[in-house]
Write a protein that binds this ligand. Structure first.
Ligand code: ADE
Length: 246
């Protein structure tokens, strides 16, 4: 079973959305499990403090190294080979490739960052991998932990049907998804593109590929550049001439 342990000062926020839908069903089916651990249970003073003022001064509070180390050691002793992650806006950006690697392993231990930060010494001493879910700042790491775990869980064998693996391939080949349509045939005067109702599977595939390339080029120049650098194959006519030779 794939196991996620989350260390947080807000354990009551879990499972949250991870208890619903695909992830919730998969957990009920024993495909994965979630343990939310209250960091305060590992404090030693009677106020159950987990943070203190930053050395050197400045605003905010810093999570204490000793309290967090105790929590990590209780949740994931040395023999536990799960990667230990720390959600943080200064972490490496989470990618689908990293998610796939995590999903293929035994699970994750996620420390939810809080306050101004976490004492640097425990990050080193417990080998915490800092991960960011995007270039914006959340008020805490709990939502980031849920995002990370959700992205992993949907990849576990038996969680999603066949349709998902197709979508996965289309993202992991480095392009955004093509546009989708369904009934009615006309919506507020807009038709479904004729090619999609032509019954010509070859033309449908070519149109979708061209649209995926167009959307990626327009919205995500970073992904588009990586796609080109990786030698992405194009549907003929999908790419405007001006970008074909740099
Ligand atoms: N905590 C606060 N902001 C975050 C972010 N963008 N990613 C991960 N953890 C965070």
């Amino acid at each position: 079973m794939w196991r996620a342990s989350v260390i947080t000062i807000f354990p009551e926020t879990f499972p949250g959305p991870l208890g619903a839908s695909l992830a919730g069903k998969a957990r009920q089916n024993g495909i994965w499990d979630l343990q939310a651990v209250d960091l305060r249970d590992h404090a030693t003073d009677r106020h159950r403090s987990v943070d203190d003022t930053p050395a050197g001064g400045g605003p905010g509070m810093v999570l204490r190294a000793d309290v967090l180390a105790r929590a990590i050691d209780a949740v994931a002793p040395d023999a536990d080979d799960r990667p230990r992650l720390l959600t943080s806006p200064r972490g490496r950006p989470l990618t689908q490739a990293r998610v796939a690697a995590l999903a293929a392993g035994p699970g994750v231990v996620v420390v939810c960052g809080r306050f101004e930060g976490v004492d640097e010494r425990v990050i080193a001493a417990r080998n915490l991998e800092e991960v960011s879910i995007g270039d914006y700042v959340l008020s805490g790491g709990e939502l980031a932990a849920m995002v990370l775990i959700d992205a992993c869980v949907r990849l576990l064998p038996g969680v999603m049907g066949k349709e998902a693996s197709g979508a996965e391939e289309s993202f992991s080949d480095g392009l955004l998804e093509y546009p989708h349509y369904t009934r009615p045939q006309v919506f507020e005067g807009q038709d479904i593109p004729a090619v999609l109702v032509s019954g010509d599977h070859g033309r449908v595939a070519a149109w979708r590929r061209a649209e995926a390339e167009r959307l990626t080029r327009e919205r995500r120049p970073d992904l588009w550049a990586a796609f080109l650098a990786a030698g992405g194959a194009h549907v003929s006519g999908a790419m405007p001439k001006k970008t074909t030779d740099g």
